[in-house]
Design a protein around this ligand. Structure first.
Ligand SMILES: [Cu+2]
Length: 84
């Protein structure tokens, strides 16, 4: 065992979200992924929203994509967003 508070933060882009209900659905689905400790969504209604996910270990992009798909939305790009 090394560190105790290892946290990975990844940023994803999700399209198709339009309101707080969408945010709630995506937050719940991604939040249910094993290892995820926090999900925050920067909503861009009708555009490409930014979803920041914190987890105890690096997540598999496919797993996140499936969670987003489950919520009814689409992952637009994997962890490739440099936050300005
Ligand atoms: Cu909505």
């Amino acid at each position: 065992m090394k560190g105790t508070d290892m946290t990975t933060t990844d940023t994803y882009r999700v399209t198709g979200m339009t309101c707080e209900h969408c945010v709630g659905a995506v937050t719940a689905e991604i939040g249910a992924v094993a290892g995820v400790t926090a999900v925050s969504v920067d909503l861009v209604a009708g555009g490409t929203s930014t979803v920041t996910v914190q987890s105890t270990a690096p997540l598999d992009t496919t797993t996140v994509a499936e969670a987003v798909d489950e919520a009814g939305y689409a992952l637009a790009g994997p962890r490739d967003l440099p936050l300005a």
